[in-house]
Design a protein around this ligand. Structure first.
Ligand code: SF4
Ligand code: SF4
Length: 293
């Protein structure tokens, strides 16, 4: 079967200090790092052994994974396995990039977020051009706070045209139509992020072809619904996979609502759902400037 897995282990530390993040500059103890490493390696071993499935994997650490050698090595190793269709990670791109040379770049992809104030714009842009030169699939994005607008405009102007720039609506922030238009001019898909999606009772692929796994192998349908479907490592999750309606009132995170069957996002992001790369390099052209709910 085709199975998409979002993995989030215990890692909760980050080298950045974003004012909008609870994990900013948190430090994990040596024991916590060792536990994260062991959990990741257990998951990677399991994934490597599932050769009868076609797996698409997205690592969504609370903190920053790619500054840790075990995330870099795991991504490279998994990318080289024939039954791994995609392996991607969310990153602030603070890491070096030479390790990517060992990866299968048809399989590995990066979801990169620029955090103004944490790294110089030029340094981040240079890293993005480095990824493009290496042929690494990646999307680039910014949280849509007013103080980020000029940075986002500069990124859109200077990133290669084929690199998609996404804008995430800032949590708890409401946008006037005029403000939303400014962001939509940069990311034609911003209307999907602008407001939470009402999801109660709607069919969502999570719990059927998409699951969330934590460091202990506990399987849930998604990162946002706490009820458990079983465990990955004893195989008990498998019996629970079936079509399911969303039990939550709303879904307001891209890594959740992208799987809602009532939205067209599997078509919009065909081939790049996990790393957030649209099938059409200029998605506004395909959908019209008024795209979105
Ligand atoms: S880079 Fe990401 S994880 Fe790190 S502080 Fe910023 S938002 Fe949080
Ligand atoms: S719509 Fe969102 S919250 Fe609801 S089940 Fe799907 S991913 Fe989870």
């Amino acid at each position: 079967m085709d199975l998409t897995i979002l993995y989030r282990g215990p890692l909760a530390s980050c080298d950045y200090d974003c004012p909008y993040c609870p994990f900013a500059k948190r430090r994990d103890s040596r024991a916590q790092l060792a536990a994260d490493r062991a959990a990741l390696e257990r998951f990677a071993d399991w994934a490597a052994g599932q050769q009868e499935d076609r797996l698409s994997l997205l690592f969504t650490p609370w903190g920053e994974g790619l500054v840790r050698s075990w995330y870099r090595r795991t991504l490279v190793e998994l990318s080289r396995l024939p039954h791994i269709h995609r392996v991607a990670i969310q990153t602030n791109l603070s890491c070096r990039t030479d390790w990517l040379a060992a990866a299968d770049r048809d399989t590995l992809a990066l979801w990169c977020t620029f955090h103004p104030g944490q790294t110089p714009y030029d340094r981040f842009l240079t890293k993005c051009h480095d990824l493009a030169a290496r042929g690494v699939r990646h999307s680039v994005g910014v949280v849509g706070l007013p103080e980020h607008l000029e940075y986002a405009r500069r990124l859109r102007a200077r990133l290669p045209a084929h690199v998609y720039l996404w804008i995430n609506a800032a949590e708890g922030h409401t946008y006037t139509d005029a403000e939303a238009d400014q962001w939509t001019a940069l990311d034609p898909l911003f209307p999907y992020s602008r407001r939470p999606h009402r999801s109660a009772g709607l069919p969502c692929r999570t719990g059927e072809s998409v699951i969330s796994v934590d460091g202990e192998g506990t399987v849930r349908r998604c990162h946002f619904v706490r009820s458990e479907l079983g465990n990955l490592y004893d195989g008990s999750y498998r019996r629970a996979l079936r079509p399911r309606a969303c039990p939550s009132a709303v879904c307001d995170c891209h890594i959740g609502y992208v799987h809602l069957e009532t939205l067209p996002l599997y078509d919009v992001f065909a081939g790049g759902v996990l790393e957030r790369i649209p099938a059409e390099p200029s998605p506004g052209r395909a959908l019209g400037r008024t795209a979105g709910p």
